[in-house]
Design a protein around this ligand. Structure first.
Ligand code: SF4
Length: 280
């Protein structure tokens, strides 16, 4: 299988390459990231990937385009939706075009490793591009290995970026050390949840009842609960451990699974709603 993997940076590629090689799939990396600004940051990420690819003997193609002006022109009208409406699309479409023109059977992206990216949105874009260009899309949920990959990247001394890529994400991450993008997202999710409870209209929102739960939903709830349990366990036992976490999670699911609804916003799982029995 000839696979072209869009690659956003070296640290994200660590787990993706490793797990594909375990499947006996040898990817060719494809660098096309005109969303990374300023140039000094673009260069640092590109050059790190060049060195890393060489060190592990993986083929890498560099489509070198620093696109500050073009990027800003295209996202400025709708900054909130810049990732889905523009950034993912241009990078992935260029990757697919290259794959198609150069005899690759299939494509994927390292963006699937990050829990901070809009995973479902990226998947949807890839599926549409696969249809449009008549090429196979290799989907892998690399998020399971995110922490492992990041830890290995740190061990290897790779350059680790502190923000997603564009100057707008840089502004969010550096604007205030306390108000990180993740905190803004959590706050937005809480506001959404409050609106739902008050019966207000929220555009692009879907409430799906959790019945038996697919793997992705269970993992989502597990991760959310982990934060809560961790604090709870540490308070009582002084030390958190995975076994207690699992026991508490199983008990939670046994007692509450009928009363869970999941909030999807723009196809993205954002929160769980846990209703009290007497409220239904
Ligand atoms: S935040 Fe990241 S994914 Fe979104 S537009 Fe900026 S660089 Fe692209």
């Amino acid at each position: 299988m000839k696979l072209l993997m869009h690659t956003c940076c070296a640290p994200c590629s660590v787990y993706c390459i490793g797990s594909l090689r375990k499947e006996n799939i040898e990817p060719t990396l494809y660098w096309y990231n005109p969303n990374i600004h300023p140039y000094i940051e673009y260069k640092a990420r590109r050059d790190t990937l060049k060195e890393y690819a060489k060190s592990i003997n993986v083929e890498a193609i560099f489509n070198d385009e620093y696109g500050l002006d073009e990027f800003c022109r295209n996202v400025i009208g709708d900054l909130k939706n810049r990732c889905s409406n523009y950034c993912y699309k241009v990078r992935l479409e260029q990757t697919v075009k290259y794959a198609k023109e150069n005899g690759y059977d299939t494509f994927t992206t390292t963006l699937f490793v990050s829990p901070y990216q809009k995973h479902e949105e990226i998947k949807r874009i890839c599926e549409n591009l696969a249809k449009k260009y008549d090429i196979k899309f290799l989907y892998r949920d690399f998020r399971v290995g995110f922490r492992e990959g990041q830890a290995k990247a740190r061990e290897l001394g790779l350059y680790m970026q502190k923000y997603c890529g564009c100057i707008f994400s840089e502004a969010i991450s550096n604007y205030d050390h306390i108000v990180s993008a993740r905190q803004v997202q959590l706050l937005e999710n809480k506001i959404t949840e409050r609106k739902i409870r008050l019966g207000w209209e929220v555009p692009n929102l879907e409430l799906k009842p959790y019945k038996n739960g697919n793997k992705e939903q269970i993992k989502f709830i597990y991760d959310l609960k982990k934060e809560v349990y961790q604090k709870y366990v540490e308070k009582i036992y002084g030390k958190w451990n995975e076994e207690i976490q699992k026991k508490l999670f199983d008990r939670f699911m046994k007692e509450n699974s009928k009363n869970i609804e999941l909030i999807y916003l723009n196809d993205e799982l954002v929160r769980i709603l846990q209703w009290k029995r007497n409220r239904r």
